[in-house]
Design a binder for this molecule. Structure first.
Ligand code: PHB
Length: 390
């Protein structure tokens, strides 16, 4: 539209280019059902961005249109993404909590001339599916690799891994197993669970039977991950000396009160903790808390969304609001900024976010609030997964 108006104006020799447009951004996420809290965090991050930076880039106004995909459902995600492009005329697609939902929509991007800014979905392979994908979240290879050595250095010689049976789970298992065995450890077993399993007692029995000293686990954040950690706490494995390690997906802040003292001291690696100590995070947490209503509901998808809006605003700036996916994506390659999570940049080769990964420990504050306490920083981590896949 803008291009048409621009050429019409040029033809008439009305030489002003200062006209405003509405730039639509379509956001896919789980906004109802068991994972609704994760979608609510997308919205809180986006609203926090608008609260701190406004909803305009130059004269152009950003309008966000939300579409609900409650579970990992690639067909529904693709259909709604297409509807956003064709009927709503969005210039950007964003959000995507689950990997299969992001994967399914990548096939639309080139023909539609639309960039996709992935605000959560974390399997390494998504960026390979289309040159128009940029990711502001994390990958499981990125978060699960550092903890392999941490576990070995904690004196653990034999471990099992337990992961959800879909791409991010397989990535998490591969990353952890690679790092743990490279450090000198031995993997006794890998258990893959269906994505929607919520009876974990047979899994706990398999862990016990393996004789391992430690478990590494990954499930996508939400009620099933919470159920898994609860089940571990109730299984008696901890009392028998078996330690649970995980990526931060298993200790997202809203779940910590329900996990209680039994989870104190559990170590995880992740890109973001709500407690991260920096002026940028203080401003973000304040704005996002206001947006979400209850600060105890704040979690990592909010920061992926907040930074995603930064990337989209830079794309709009670079294209002057015109629809040019190639130019938009080129403009953010190499972009670096101070995120609420710490220093980050978009790697030009992979379009994935380079960032610090933190080792954290579940702790309790003086006033009895549970939080993820950052205790070590693995600085400037890229995505080792892409090298592993190729
Ligand atoms: C994913 O499906 O990519 C995903 C979802 C939730 C997580 C991590 C990864 O916590």
């Amino acid at each position: 539209m803008k291009r048409l108006i621009a050429s019409a104006l040029a033809a008439l020799c009305l030489c002003s280019t200062a006209y405003a447009d509405t730039i639509k951004v379509g956001v896919i996420g789980p906004f109802s059902g068991p994972f609704a809290l994760q979608g609510k965090n997308f919205k809180a991050g986006i609203d926090a961005w608008f609260a701190l930076h406004g909803n305009k880039v130059g004269d152009d106004e950003i309008q966000v249109i939300y579409r609900d995909v409650p579970h990992a459902d690639p067909a529904q995600s693709k259909a709604l993404s297409q509807e956003l492009v064709v009927k709503e005329g969005v210039q950007y697609l964003a959000g995507y909590y689950f990997t299969p939902d992001a994967m399914a929509a990548t096939s639309l991007l080139e023909q539609a001339n639309v960039p996709m800014v992935v605000m959560n979905a974390a399997s390494s392979g998504i960026v390979i599916k289309s040159p128009y994908v940029v990711r502001t979240s994390f990958t499981l290879w990125q978060t699960a690799s550092p903890i392999g050595k941490v576990v070995f250095d904690a004196g653990i010689k034999q471990a099992v891994s337990v992961v959800s049976d879909y791409a991010p789970g397989i990535d998490a298992d591969s990353a952890f197993s690679t790092a743990f065995t490279e450090a000198g450890g031995e993997m006794l077993e890998t258990v893959r669970m269906p994505l929607d399993t919520n009876d974990f007692s047979p899994i706990m029995q398999r862990i016990r039977d393996s004789g391992a000293q430690a478990v590494f686990a990954f499930l996508p954040s939400g009620p099933t991950a919470l159920g898994f950690v609860k089940s571990f706490n109730d299984s008696g494995l901890k009392a028998d000396g078996v330690k649970l390690f995980a990526t931060g997906d298993l200790t997202q802040e809203p779940d910590l009160p329900a996990l209680g003292d039994a989870t104190l001291g559990m170590q995880t690696t992740f890109h973001y903790a709500v407690s991260h100590d920096s002026p940028e995070n203080k401003a973000f947490v304040e704005a996002a808390s206001k947006a979400i209503g209850d600060p105890k509901e704040l979690s990592f998808p909010a920061v992926g969304a907040f930074d995603g809006m930064y990337v989209i605003s830079k794309m709009i700036e670079a294209t002057g609001g015109t629809q040019d996916a190639k130019k938009a994506v080129e403009a953010v390659k190499g972009l670096s900024w101070e995120s609420p999570r710490g220093p980050v940049s978009i790697a030009p080769g992979t379009r994935h976010i380079t960032q610090n990964i933190y080792l954290r420990e579940v702790a309790k504050s003086a006033v009895g609030a549970y939080y993820n306490k950052e205790i070590q920083t693995f600085a400037n981590q890229g995505d080792p997964g892409l090298a592993a896949i190729k």
